[in-house]
Design a protein around this ligand. Structure first.
Ligand code: SAM
Length: 275
């Protein structure tokens, strides 16, 4: 049980607390983020400050969002950090990131060794703020990083892949073994960089529809799209859009999902139908 205590803090499982202890890994992450003075940098889940300290060393000030009240208090009173940190003791799932960007007068650079229990919903939430974010660096479960960067025709390619790649260019940065954390998680981790597209390569007119189509397709990923998307498209319509009705969800590219989305929203507009 003693390995749950790190720097005098008892790691709380419910907050997904696995603290980084490996200086080589920490240095590599900070180099990958490459924070520069004057940038609006936001850390989600600073914990005991393993990444916060070396990042803030390169900045004049920085904002952190930490849910755990004890850890937030430690950061507020931290002799080295307190003058530079703006600490929000709150749930990052409730943070208004556009208000933070407005306050900073510039787009945000967001990073964090994310609590694994909320990493996927938190990324989906952040995708809603991509117009006010310049980039994001996250430590995630290695499996999640594989899904984020997956190509079509693979098992890892799923709804998360399509939605994430719709919003961002995604590059894996570093693999991190579980021994780099205290307590060590059961799975390996990896750091990934997500850069919101400045120029959207596959713009869709209704993002809600892209969410709907991908949910429908991947909820039944073993079926052909002729069946899984049968309520939305006839096989002839799929063929007209140059998409093989015999494809399964994982064979359809991001650009093709976007084509389906735009066709469907055009149809809805023309027929005044709501979907
Ligand atoms: N950054 C530290 C490190 O690398 O050692 C801690 C990382 S730990 C995996 C995740 C951190 O996120 C913890 O400090 C935890 O308290 C915090 N956290 C958990 N849920 C959160 C939430 N919903 N909003 C903000 N912070 C949260």
């Amino acid at each position: 049980m003693h390995n749950r205590i790190h720097q005098g803090h008892f790691a709380r499982k419910r907050f997904g607390q696995n603290f980084l202890n490996d200086h080589c890994v920490i240095d590599s992450i900070v180099s990958a983020i490459h924070p520069l003075p004057g940038e609006a940098v936001i850390e989600i889940g600073p914990g005991l400050g393993a990444l916060t300290e070396p990042v803030v060393d390169r900045l004049d000030k920085m904002t952190v969002i930490e849910l755990d009240r004890d850890l937030a208090t430690r950061l507020i009173n931290h002799p080295k950090l307190k003058d530079k940190l703006i600490v929000h003791q709150q749930d990052a799932m409730k943070t208004d990131f556009s208000a933070l960007a407005k306050l900073a007068g510039q787009p945000l650079r967001v990073f964090g060794n994310l609590p694994y229990n909320i990493s996927t919903p938190l990324m989906f939430r952040l995708f809603g703020y991509t117009n006010t974010i310049s980039d994001m660096h996250f430590m995630l479960q290695k499996e999640v990083v594989k899904r984020l960067v997956a190509a079509p025709d693979s098992k890892a390619y799923g709804r998360l892949t399509v939605m994430a790649q719709y919003y961002c260019r995604i590059i894996p940065v570093l693999e991190v073994p579980s021994t780099a954390f205290t307590p060590a998680p059961k799975v390996d981790s990896a750091v990934v960089r997500l850069t919101p597209h400045r120029q959207q390569p596959n713009p869709v007119s209704d993002i809600r529809l892209l969410g709907l189509i991908t949910t429908q397709a991947f909820n039944q990923r073993r079926k052909t799209i002729r069946n899984s998307l049968g309520e939305l498209f006839t096989p002839e319509q799929l063929t007209k859009l140059s998409i093989d009705p015999a494809f399964r969800a994982e064979n359809v590219t991001v650009a093709q999902y976007c084509r389906l989305t735009n066709w469907l929203s055009d149809q809805a507009t023309h027929s005044n139908r709501s979907l």
